[in-house]
Design a protein around this ligand. Structure first.
Ligand code: AMP
Ligand code: GLY
Length: 417
């Protein structure tokens, strides 16, 4: 069969690699894809939001399955459009994806279905938000209601910072419409983990848990980013926490969405924090996590297309996982997550050991030369018997970037110093 992956980042390259490992897949397309995945997929120059063109392409090319990576097209209704056109597509409808698209909806939904999460209130008026912040005090967390490309969450350690954040969102329209409503939330303290699951209606099939590192620099210091690396599974995570997360969070969420008339099919992502009362939800996403996908899919032994078909048929895909660990380190453009330059040549990475892999995110071709084209450029990963070993593999490969002033990466993924 022919399969189309929608999106252009590392998560999508990772999906392409997994699909190429399927005996049932003859050809993989990516729209729009990126320069670094061109050897593994046919990249089609249609943007992820050009839904009409994507539907036309899938029909003309007789694509069997389309798999949607990012949240923006999901919330724009790409799954609805493909379904209306009679095409097979894996992902939630626009209605179901609202669990990611509106923090206010997600919080009210969790409250209604008793899903553990931080206490909160939603505001549209800045003075009311400020009064609430002054009453609660810092630390406190401010979240733009809508999609803000991972930048809409401010964990304010000082009251002043929280007051400024609501002013930026509600008065200065920092995030446009996405910030015209804000959620002000209790600060939770604990270790974080990401638990994703294949979901169809009330059926929930969890993936192995992963942890990402959001801070730019070693020691979990510096500004928040889209993620500087990740690993899976998590040795210090008690399996009972995972079980609680499945029973108290993922299953009730799937069931609740059905009851709300927003039945979810696709990957439901729970960003969780371990607390003394068990895991609590930080956020739900309606898609695979990035960079979690890049370290979870290499451990999945099943044929990914078979999994998609089983889940679609509400049949247990019986997920099995490679023994061992996968750890990945992101190489970013110097300056990221602030301003950075593009078009920097990427050193040759052809001495990849069999257990190591490269996943491209912000790369493009300049003639024959691969050059950077985004903040997070690529991820180097490895599957090994231990996290330590996997990290050593990463660092060995990363040496080819060693003296470059154009790129930087963390040296402590998995083991923050
Ligand atoms: P998000 O963009 O929702 O993933 O949030 C970004 C990061 O902010 C999370 O990974 C957490 O580290 C942090 N965060 C979000 N909500 C809370 C909270 N209620 N308490 C503490 N930290 C939080
Ligand atoms: N890694 C967090 C996310 O994908 O939103």
């Amino acid at each position: 069969m022919k399969v189309l992956v929608i999106g252009s980042g590392g998560r999508e390259h990772s999906l392409v690699q997994k699909l190429n490992g399927s005996k049932r897949v003859k050809k993989v397309f990516a729209a729009p894809g990126n320069g670094g995945m061109e050897n593994e997929a046919t990249c089609v120059p249609i943007k992820e939001t050009e839904i009409g063109d994507l539907v036309r392409f899938a029909k003309e090319e007789q694509i069997t399955w389309t798999i949607v990576g990012p949240e923006v097209p999901l919330l724009a209704g790409i799954v609805n459009a493909f379904q209306e056109a009679g095409l097979k597509v894996f992902g939630p409808t626009q209605e179901a994806a609202l669990i990611e698209g509106s923090k206010d909806f997600a919080k009210a939904f969790m409250k209604k279905y008793s899903i553990p999460t931080a206490d909160y209130q939603t505001f549209t008026k800045v003075e009311e938000a400020k009064a609430y912040i002054r009453e609660k005090g810092a630390p406190i967390v401010i979240k733009a209601d809508g999609l803000a490309a991972g930048k809409g969450v401010i964990v304010a350690l000082q009251e002043e910072e929280a007051l400024r954040a609501v002013e930026n969102m509600l008065v200065d329209n920092q995030f446009g419409d996405a910030g015209s409503k804000v959620v002000v939330e209790e600060f939770l303290d604990g270790k974080e983990f990401s638990l994703m699951a294949f979901v169809n209606g009330e059926h929930v099939y969890p993936l192995t848990p992963a942890r990402d590192h959001k801070r730019a620099f070693d020691g979990d210091k510096g500004p928040n980013t889209g993620g500087m690396g990740a690993f899976a599974p998590i040795p210090d995570l008690d399996p009972s926490q995972v079980q609680l997360a499945i029973e108290r969070i993922l299953k009730p969420a799937a069931k609740g969405l059905v009851q709300e008339g927003r039945s979810f099919t696709g990957i439901l992502y729970a960003g969780l924090i371990e607390t003394a009362e068990g895991p609590k939800v930080i956020e739900f996403n309606a898609r695979l996590g990035d960079p979690e996908t890049q370290v979870v899919l290499p451990l999945l032994e099943n044929d990914i297309i078979q999994v998609v078909e089983d889940v679609t048929a509400k049949k247990d895909p019986k997920l099995t996982w490679t023994e061992g660990f996968c750890l990945g380190t992101v190489v970013a453009a110097q300056g990221y997550p602030g301003a950075y330059e593009k078009g920097k040549p990427i050193p040759k990475l052809d001495t990849v050991d069999t257990n190591c892999f490269v996943v491209h995110a912000g790369t493009t071709k300049d003639g024959e030369q691969l050059v950077s084209n985004g903040g997070r450029v690529l991820l180097i990963g490895s599957v090994a018997a231990s996290l330590e070993e996997s990290q050593r593999d990463n660092q060995r490969l990363l040496q080819c970037f060693g003296t470059s002033k154009d790129f930087f990466y963390r040296t402590d993924i998995g083991f923050p110093k």
